[in-house]
Design a protein around this ligand. Structure first.
Ligand SMILES: Nc1nc2c(ncn2[C@@H]2O[C@H](COP(=O)(O)OP(=O)(O)O)[C@@H](O)[C@H]2O)c(=O)[nH]1
Ligand SMILES: [Mg+2]
Length: 202
């Protein structure tokens, strides 16, 4: 596996992850953390993590069964690095029961919706509810990603302003993204990495 390899249904070495007590694991000089993706099927969760880690967009929708794991380093403003362990999940109904296994020891969750599909935005409330206890107990960092922002305005069902105020009300980092063009992706993970670092170093 390369610096940003991926494998299906595998977990990173336990020792390489945080302990679930809010501290980042420090392996040598690089701190590491776990980030989970949540959201309905086909909103672009897998495409976002592929764009971020490999800078590619295939345009295909392969149903992610269970979960896939991938990692990428982010350089922080202070010059140090944070390695993100990204857990891409399937959004299908039967996955929902399994979701707690994925976010149990996570430092952050990226909730993804599709700007051209209102229903996927409405589902964000469901995921926030699911995460409520975890957010309160462990200070989980939350981000909201409005994906497919490359689509023409005529297809848009969720306005930028609505999503932005929703994110503010729920203390979430927010970005509209396009896994297709790459828009917003770096910004999203950069803010996420800074916020995770800030939160755990408090
Ligand atoms: N136009 C556009 N299509 C996208 C974007 N991201 C994903 N897609 C398409 O949406 C479909 C579902 O993407 P996928 O990443 O498999 O969604 P997932 O089920 O949430 O992992 C695929 O056909 C992708 O090519 C995007 O930013 N823009
Ligand atoms: Mg997927």
């Amino acid at each position: 596996m390369g610096a940003c390899g991926s494998k299906q249904d595998a977990s990173p070495k336990k020792s390489g992850l945080n302990t679930g007590k809010g501290k980042l694991q420090d392996s040598g000089s690089t701190a590491e953390c776990k980030v989970v993706f949540l959201g309905d099927s086909a909103v672009g969760k897998s495409s976002i993590s592929q764009r971020f880690c490999k800078n590619i967009f295939t345009g295909e929708h392969e149903v992610t069964i269970g979960g896939a794991y991938i990692q990428q380093k982010v350089q922080l403003k202070n010059g140090s690095f944070l390695k993100l362990h990204l857990w891409d999940t399937g959004g299908e109904e039967r996955f929902r029961a399994m979701a707690p296994l994925y976010y149990r020891d996570a430092n952050a969750a990226v909730l993804v919706y599709d700007v051209s599909n209102k229903q996927t935005f409405d589902s964000i409330r469901y995921w926030l509810n699911e995460l409520d206890t975890k957010v309160k107990q462990d200070g989980l960092v939350l981000a909201l990603a409005g994906n497919k922002c490359d689509l023409p305005e005529s297809k848009r069902q969720v306005t930028l302003i609505n999503a932005k105020s929703f994110a503010e009300n729920n203390k979430m980092i927010f970005a509209e993204t396009s896994a297709k063009t790459g828009d917003g992706i770096t910004v999203l993970f950069q803010s996420l990495a800074e916020e995770i670092t800030k939160k755990v170093s408090k």
